[in-house]
Design a binder for this molecule. Structure first.
Ligand code: SAM
Ligand code: SF4
Length: 329
């Protein structure tokens, strides 16, 4: 397994497929000033397969597709089946806002996608429109149902907690786990980029300590669950008599850089070494000038070696040259 300078084993590749999105969440995509990569700059399905094969050759075992919104890639099913054809690929998952899953979920499952994380910030339709802006609760909910029906499970829901928008709504979301075997995960806001989205993330931050307190006051004490994977960024708990799991992802108040196991690939073909830093290594140029799997594997291993020790949010520093929609979380 590839190991970086700090002894971390890196075996998980998050692949951003596209920087477009059909929503405009307030902490991720500003309404103006967006810069999308021209489609010729995006890695093709075949190029993504090459990176997948190189990643497995380097010792990676898991990939996650993300965006922007990955379901906007018209060749998404092909991308999944190409990655699923890579011998040694252990797990293919996807993070999505769910809106397009009703038409895609069965084909994605057949192509080899194992499971999805669906992003939903509140169960209140009006507040979905405020936070996820072009979002529509009924459509996201249909996406959740479609994922379950297609067997894209265990189903995880991702909620970003935003002060004065949905900090009240975490209780209703947490309560979903009482009847359902879902994982509902609360994510702390991270500031990326230099635009309004980053300003929202700084201004409306809610610590997961406060989110946990609010849930426990309403629904009872949370019991910690033993971690099944030391690199799981989510600290997991269960409510009394609940079927599902509640997770807290706290990159700001409790950084987990020391157990980071990730590498990221941007839609325009660069390895991005740490979500909250700007360092990148171009891989597209090597592929487009004829470099095959061994060349890509070597670039990936160099990227692993160059991973920074951690983020510097406590010093007010973050990613400046990319926004969250260009990196995929
Ligand atoms: N569009 C898909 C979605 O929303 O799930 C995939 C891409 S989105 C960038 C990936 C994840 O990042 C989402 O689960 C979202 O909740 C999270 N996210 C977006 N902006 C964030 C921010 N500023 N801080 C923390 N999490 C964020
Ligand atoms: Fe789109 Fe996901 Fe960003 Fe929301 S968080 S704007 S759904 S990419």
């Amino acid at each position: 397994m590839p190991t970086d300078r700090f002894g971390r084993e890196i075996d998980y590749l998050r692949i951003s497929l596209i920087d477009h999105c059909n929503l405009r969440c307030i902490y991720c995509m500003p309404l103006t000033g967006l810069r999308f990569a021209p489609s010729a700059e995006l890695l093709t399905a075949a190029e993504i397969e090459t990176v997948g094969r190189a990643a497995v050759a380097a010792g990676f075992r898991r990939v996650r597709l993300t965006g922007g919104e990955p379901t906007l890639r018209t060749d998404l099913v092909e991308i999944v089946s190409r990655l699923a054809s890579v011998s040694g690929m252990g797990d293919i998952a996807m993070t999505t806002n769910g809106i397009l899953l009703p038409q895609l979920a069965p084909d994605l499952k057949r192509a080899g996608l194992r499971r999805v994380n669906i992003h939903i910030d509140t169960l209140n339709p009006e507040r979905v429109r405020q936070i996820m802006r072009w979002g529509d609760l009924a459509r996201i909910w249909d996406g959740i149902r479609a994922a379950e029906a297609a067997g894209l499970t265990p189903l995880k829901l991702n909620t970003v907690v935003v002060r004065d928008y949905n900090d009240q709504d975490v209780v209703e979301l947490a309560a979903l786990t009482l009847e359902r075997d879902w994982h509902v995960r609360f994510i702390e806001l991270m500031p990326l980029g230099v635009d309004e989205a980053a300003a929202v993330a700084r201004r409306q931050f809610v610590s997961n300590r406060d989110t946990r307190r609010r849930i426990e006051q309403a629904l009872g004490a949370l019991t910690p669950l033993a971690s099944q994977n030391p690199s799981d960024e989510s600290k997991n708990f269960r409510l009394p008599r609940a079927r599902g799991v509640i997770g807290f992802i706290s990159p700001v108040s409790e950084p987990y850089c020391g157990s980071c196991n990730r590498m990221r690939l941007t839609a325009d073909g660069r390895f991005h070494l740490c979500l909250l830093n700007d360092d990148e290594l171009d891989v597209k140029r090597a592929i487009r000038s004829g470099g095959g799997i061994p060349v890509v594997r070597d670039i990936l291993l160099r990227a692993v070696t160059a991973k920074p020790v951690g983020h510097k949010l406590d010093r007010g520093e973050s990613t400046e040259r990319r926004d969250m929609y260009q990196l995929g979380g």
